[in-house]
Design a protein around this ligand. Structure first.
Ligand code: ZN
Length: 622
């Protein structure tokens, strides 16, 4: 029977089960009617069915077919660990050090924003008292990614290095603020919050301010923010929430220039609620609604939630506890959360828990995923199987994985949520009898699991194959999909910053092929690359076909580029680390796996296209 005779409703079901983009493309070649169906519906169904954990939107220039192409490309790179790390130009940092004679380098707090319609990306970070921003276009749109730089000079604006350092930065839509319609809300350690806008030519100026709470007779310390721990923005509700010394304060985002925004509501975080010290605390929006997660250093109130509307906050409720997890991981260090680390998940992989799942890092080295309202099947505890005591200050969810980075060094760890996975790039490769290679490193998963069960019928029997193929079946197994760590610390050490830490992580959009890492004294971009074109050199490796950026140096205009404006690729040795699921006996000693170095001396004919890892990380022993 030809698929061309099926009604659309049945075609939708067929396409929703396609594992490979190839199948969608082939369907579209069958006849004119199917071509029309694939163009209008097919690619949309495919993208949504295979990538349910991502927020997907299309534009006039990037439709569903192009989006599917990018997402499958990204998934393949991500799973093969094809990531290149680049340090953004240091010129700004050096200038800051020289002019402020700062005794310590700044802690970069970074945020990023991608306009899908124009392909314009903005990344901005707090560099001590200054704010630095870079704007550029995706390569597919501009041919090359020329960058424009902008800078806000904190000293000229009267800010004091140290107390007025930027500790939180959020990019927000602000149609009145400059040509790009974006505002940068900068929160300073002293409690000062203002919105900056980028002017043509690369300067920035303040376009709005956020006033502290009025004085309160009962609490003389109030009336001065005193301190700021964090900011978060609800783009949909246009609300800003600030965690200050004594309160969680709510502001509406400004609608016009030169506005002074007054607090619209506040939640008292002083000792009316808490016996012991709860500072620092951190409030973040959950999803698109009015739910706000609040984490504190107080073990009795580690994670709570409240509902915030412009008229006020509901009472702070402790997050739901999961009895199973409580029993498996009894208290101790685990009662202390790193308040700054909390990250709400916008869009988990299937229904249920949407808008109430929260990821958080704890002092015992665990990272927890919990539904704050009711305990659910999503509740999970993750841990690096090798360095079990690693402590994380920054977490960044990305589809079916998340990135975690440390308070002790500049190691970037990638964890899989271990949800049901919906897209396997291996499906589009030919069948095989061999086991996936190189051999996976799994300190805790028993190897026999890798071979047990025949539950996955391979749909793509190769020539002459009559049975499910070994290779496709095993490639889907968790055993062959270990987590990994990238070690950046060594290549980031330079005078003045002998042991760089990670202070923030940010992505510009769910469909972006890159993310940013705010480190001590600078910012590193991590970008998906595929070294399939004959070179492991990240500067010539292929990038995302629709959302990628080229690696050309930045001869762009603006204030920043002088000497040292070249992008610098970092050495990032890779270590595979196991399934990443916390086990109570995870403290026992284990054998260390091989550390994979980037090796530029490889010749192309030695590479193995079916290797689990990108060419850049392949080794001779594979
Ligand atoms: Zn197969």
């Amino acid at each position: 029977m030809s698929l061309g005779v099926l009604v659309d409703e049945l075609l939708i079901l067929v396409v929703a089960h396609f594992d490979r983009a190839q199948e969608v493309a082939h369907l579209g070649q069958a006849c004119r009617r199917l071509h029309h169906f694939v163009e209008t519906e097919g690619w949309k169904i495919f993208a949504r069915a295979r990538f349910p954990a991502l927020t997907l939107t299309t534009t006039a220039t990037v439709g569903w077919a192009a989006l599917s192409e990018s997402l499958t490309w990204q998934s393949r790179c991500w799973d093969r660990r094809g990531l290149a790390f680049m340090r953004l130009p240091l010129a700004r940092f050096q200038a800051y050090q020289a002019s402020h004679r700062a005794s310590r380098p700044f802690h970069a707090v970074v945020d990023a924003h991608l306009r899908l319609d124009s392909g314009q990306e903005l990344v901005a970070w707090g560099a001590g008292g200054d704010v630095v921003a870079r704007s550029r276009q995706t390569a597919s749109r501009s041919g090359s990614s020329k960058a424009d730089w902008a800078r806000f000079d904190g000293t000229s604006a009267g800010y004091q290095a140290g107390p007025d350092d930027v500790v939180s930065l959020k990019i927000v839509e602000a149609p009145f603020a400059g040509a790009d319609g974006l505002g940068l809300v900068a929160g300073r350690a002293s409690g000062n919050i203002s919105m900056l806008s980028i002017l043509p030519g690369g300067n920035m100026k303040a376009v709005a301010t956020f006033a502290p709470l009025p004085r309160d007779e009962d609490r003389p310390a109030r009336g001065k923010q005193g301190k700021l721990y964090s900011l978060d923005v609800s783009a949909r509700n246009r609300l800003l929430v600030a965690s200050t010394a004594y309160d969680v304060v709510l502001y509406a985002l400004p609608q016009e220039k030169a506005a002074e925004m007054l607090p619209s509501a506040s939640l008292d975080m002083d000792n009316r609620h808490f016996q012991a010290d709860f500072r620092p605390h951190c409030a973040k929006w959950m999803g698109d609604g009015d739910l706000l997660a609040v984490a504190t250093a107080h073990p009795a109130r580690a994670i709570s939630f409240t509902r915030a509307t412009p008229s006020g906050f509901s009472a702070l409720m402790p997050a739901a506890k999961n009895a199973d997890l409580e029993a498996r991981f009894p208290s101790g260090g685990s009662r202390h959360v790193y308040a700054h680390s909390i990250q709400p998940l916008d869009k988990p992989s299937s229904t249920g828990g949407i808008g109430s799942l929260l990821l958080s890092a704890w002092r015992d080295g665990t990272i927890r995923l919990q539904d704050v309202r009711t305990s659910s099947d999503y509740d999970m505890v993750y841990q690096d199987n090798i360095n079990t005591l690693a402590r994380y200050g920054s977490l960044l969810p990305r589809g079916e994985s998340f990135v975690a980075a440390g308070l002790e060094d500049a190691t970037i760890k990638i964890f899989d949520f271990r949800w049901t996975k919906h897209y396997y790039h291996t499906e589009s490769l030919a069948c095989g009898h061999e086991e996936p290679f190189p051999r996976a490193y799994q300190p805790f998963l028993p190897r026999r699991d890798a071979r047990q069960g025949g539950d996955y019928p391979c749909a793509y029997y190769g020539e002459g194959l009559r049975a499910p193929c070994h290779w496709h079946k095993l490639s889907r197994r968790l055993y062959f999909r270990p987590n990994c760590s990238f070690y950046l610390t060594k290549s980031l050490t330079y005078p003045g910053a002998s042991s760089p830490n990670v202070w923030s992580l940010a992505k510009s959009a769910d469909v972006a092929p890159n993310f940013y890492i705010g480190i001590t004294g600078g910012v590193v971009e991590a970008s998906l690359r595929s070294a399939t074109d004959g070179s492991v050199d990240p500067a010539v490796a292929s990038v995302d076909p629709h959302f990628g950026f080229t690696n050309k140096p930045y001869p762009g205009k603006g204030l920043l580029p002088r000497s040292g404006s070249q992008v610098e690729f970092l050495d990032a040795p890779l270590l595979e680390t196991g399934d990443g699921l916390a086990a109570p006996d995870n403290h026992r000693n284990i054998r260390l796996p091989a550390l994979r170095q980037l090796d530029y001396t490889w010749t192309k004919d030695l590479w193995l296209p079916r290797n689990r890892l990108d060419q850049a990380y392949q080794m001779e022993i594979d």
